[in-house]
Design a protein around this ligand. Sequence first.
Ligand code: GTP
Ligand code: MG
Length: 194
Amino acid sequence: MTYLDRGATRENDQKREKILFLGLTQTGKTSIIKIFFEDMNPEDTETLDATIKFNSKEYYFNKHEIEVYDIGGQLSYLEEIIEKNKERIFSNVKILIFVIELPNISTYELSRQYLMRVLERVYQYSDNPKVHIFAHKMDLISEEYRDKAMQVFKNYFIKDEVKNINVFQTSIYESTSQKVLKGILEETKEVFNS
Ligand SMILES: Nc1nc2c(ncn2[C@@H]2O[C@H](COP(=O)(O)OP(=O)(O)OP(=O)(O)O)[C@@H](O)[C@H]2O)c(=O)[nH]1
Ligand SMILES: [Mg+2]
């Protein structure tokens, strides 16, 4: 892609291929992004503010440009995300990562409802998006209960209507969110504007 092409693409945000991070507030979306793309230390994420509405930012991965959308998960933004800015956010999505706090079972039902609305939108506005769920904050569960916790998680979220979705166990403190994200980006080469 030439410099001029890039300039032209930038003028129309909706046309750019993108990666979306969604999930309820406090699940860890901004932490995952800042650690992976900006080398933030995991401990420093403890003081991150909640994301207001949503942010989009360009990053480089393996010398390729990537447009990353970090969608604030507070419920007060729901209509803003799902209705008002639906085309801007959900068009040209190559990768959608939905983050859920694995240890926080009390949030599962709300997360599931949000996930359903998000899936409806992304399949409506994007062709063949790759959807991944992060069962996040795995570090908060002791080793002996992890398999059981994942079983409960998958039974809850992976039902008939949620097909072709990969579920990953992740944590910023065990470097698994970084490893998984790297793998996802490497296997989805077409996301990059070269
Ligand atoms: N134990 C643990 N804490 C985590 C992990 N990932 C993120 N956190 C913490 O979770 C809290 C919320 O993280 P954020 O990244 O701000 O959450 P968010 O999903 O961006 O929240 P919104 O912007 O409100 O949607 C912070 O205190 C992080 O340090 C993890 O893997 N394990
Ligand atoms: Mg955030």
